[in-house]
Design a protein around this ligand. Structure first.
Ligand code: PGA
Length: 252
């Protein structure tokens, strides 16, 4: 019912030459894949090049952020209509690194989300607790606040296209993946929140990705869980061979 989505978040890595070489390599490796949706989210400067490089392949291209106004005097920002116009189809919103280093809040996440939907981009909204919050028993309260505030004001008919990424902050870039049990527990909690917000049918269509140290050796057991519909992959997406292994998770 939900097509798996494996998304690579390059963060601030790769030069133009490296990006081009990667695109050729990945496109060759995964040209036969159609049961899983594949997404690459490079830095803004390579978006258009990669849209062109992956043309005719199953790989879609998304941005790592999007501004909430469509145009105007906002020096340094990039809008949803601009991203659509160069062929990007997804936007990551509210990644924990943006929350941590760039003042992102649930309110700005919500504004970006509404702008992305309005502009025809599929938003991937990131939520997740810090280690401190988990140890204090606040995981569900944190996730609930992030989901309810971040996703407020969306029409139910648009909500089914949403993607939510559960990324426990303590698992990002640390090599400490959440166990499939921990991840499933949070995913099923998020699915429940989506049911409250949008009803059972729509909530059943929303894909919930897991993110945080996903690698070739843990993807299979994560994807075996009922509410884990894909992965948002940082470090392990930077190498085409290791990303291919994740895309070809076992049990599909
Ligand atoms: P990681 O990053 O796979 O390197 O832990 C995941 C992310 O931040 O999206």
């Amino acid at each position: 019912m939900r097509k798996p989505l494996i998304a690579g978040n390059w963060k601030m890595f790769k030069t133009l030459d490296e990006a081009g070489a990667y695109a050729g390599d990945l496109a060759r490796r995964i040209s036969d894949v159609d049961s899983t949706e594949i997404l690459v989210c490079p830095p803004f400067v390579y978006l258009q090049t990669l849209v062109q490089a992956f043309e005719g392949s199953p790989v879609k291209i998304g941005s790592q952020n999007v501004f909430w106004e469509d145009s105007g005097a906002f020096t340094g920002e990039i809008s949803a209509p601009m991203l659509r116009s160069i062929g990007a189809s997804y936007a990551i919103i509210g990644h924990s690194e943006r929350r941590q280093f760039f003042g992102e809040t649930d309110e700005t996440v919500n504004k970006r989300l509404l702008a992305a939907l309005r502009g025809g981009l599929t938003p991937i909204v990131c939520v997740g607790e810090t280690l401190e919050q988990r140890e204090a028993g606040k995981t569900f309260a944190v996730i609930e606040a992030q989901v309810k505030r971040g996703l407020s004001g969306i029409d139910t008919d648009r909500a089914s296209s949403l993607v939510v990424a559960y990324e426990p902050v303590w698992a990002i870039g640390t090599g400490k993946t959440a166990t499939p049990e921990i991840a499933q527990e949070s995913h099923s909690f998020i699915r429940g929140l989506l049911k409250d917000l949008f009803g059972d049918e729509t909530a059943g269509l929303v894909r919930i990705l897991y993110g945080g140290s996903v690698k070739g050796d843990n993807i299979d057991s994560l994807m075996a869980r009922a509410d884990i519909d894909g992965a948002l992959v940082g470090g392990a997406s930077l190498d085409a061979a290791s990303f291919e292994r994740i895309i070809r998770f076992k049990g599909q």
